[in-house]
Design a protein. Sequence first.
Length: 391
Amino acid sequence: MIRKTRLFTPGPTPLLPAAQFAMAAADVHHRTPEFRALYTRVLAQLKEFVGTKNDVIILSSSGTGAMEASVSNLTSPGDRVLVLTAGKFGERWTALAKAFGCEVDVVSAPYGKTFSLDEVAAALKLETRAVFMQANETSTGVRHDVQGVAKLLKDRGSEALLIVDGITGLGTSHLDMDGWGVDVLIGGSQKAVMIPPGLSYLAVSDRAWDRMEATYNPRYYFDLRKERKNAKNGESAYTPAVALIAALGAALDYIAAQADGNLVEGRKKLVDNAETIAAMTRAAVEALGMKIFCESPGAAATAVLPPAGVDSGVVVKELKSRFAAIITNGQGEMKGQIFRIAHLGFFDYLDTIALIGALEQVVAKSLPTPGFAFGNGLIAAQKVYAERTSK
Ligand SMILES: *Cc1c(COP(=O)(O)O)cnc(C)c1O
């Protein structure tokens, strides 16, 4: 049979056709009025997408570039920082903070879990200068409690900046950066905004801009103050990824169009879309006799434990070889133990139903699950969809 390749991966995610066309047409020099108009518009749209009044900076890098920029711009060697980690991306914060000479305290939870606020409270010191965390830990599917951590820092009157990797949290969680008091919120282009890899963006609070006046870790390409200054004039410090910026504009237009041109409402709808697809997927895999890997699962991706004794790579391989559906294995030590299905960005009802149908075929052929019958996963997903969309 014909097989259409489809990504169900938590970055890169499926591309929005309108964004692809915008990219192909982006034959623009970056020191022209045409580019300045585009850049200024996209930066303003990004504020609405992130949900903040703070300035947003775009960098030509994958998401990790913005993570590095927030460490290099906001810390000095010897600063005490706190990393909250429960997976691969949390570990990246620890490695980055150490690379820039910070004294790193770590609160960690096992893979698949999230940390308790009591542990965070106990680890927070008077001299803690920054707290780093994920909104959503993509390697395990967990959604962390950003609001709870922000409130804790506020209640304590902590001077620590709260720096959140929202790379898969944005577009899958209702985050309130300004209301909660998050200082840096980071996103990446190949996630919920439906365009290829290559851009990262971050919103930065006034408190964090002030902190940059005094910090002295080395930075050059990722100098946020330099980018901010240039952005005020509609430009970036160096040659930007012009085509990706054009694509981002088209994608944000599309998200706004979901709510009659209101980008803030469109973003909420995008989050609800991911939530519905995630709930359909969770119901389906459970009805097929498998378990969700993590506690407090987020809507970016669902991590699933295959039946006991089965290597999760079997599911990844078969979905690809039989149906050209690309999902992901576990990362690092989770390889072989879980498989992950993404929901963030440009996924709809039909994509979801199709993947669940294909998963049933894989279970039928290769996964020994007691009580399996064709349709069990689909029925469960259909019910969730009907319930959630009837309101
Ligand atoms: C994808 C992702 C990143 C960034 O990874 P890059 O490969 O640098 O884009 C960071 N954090 C999380 C939670 C992610 O999902």
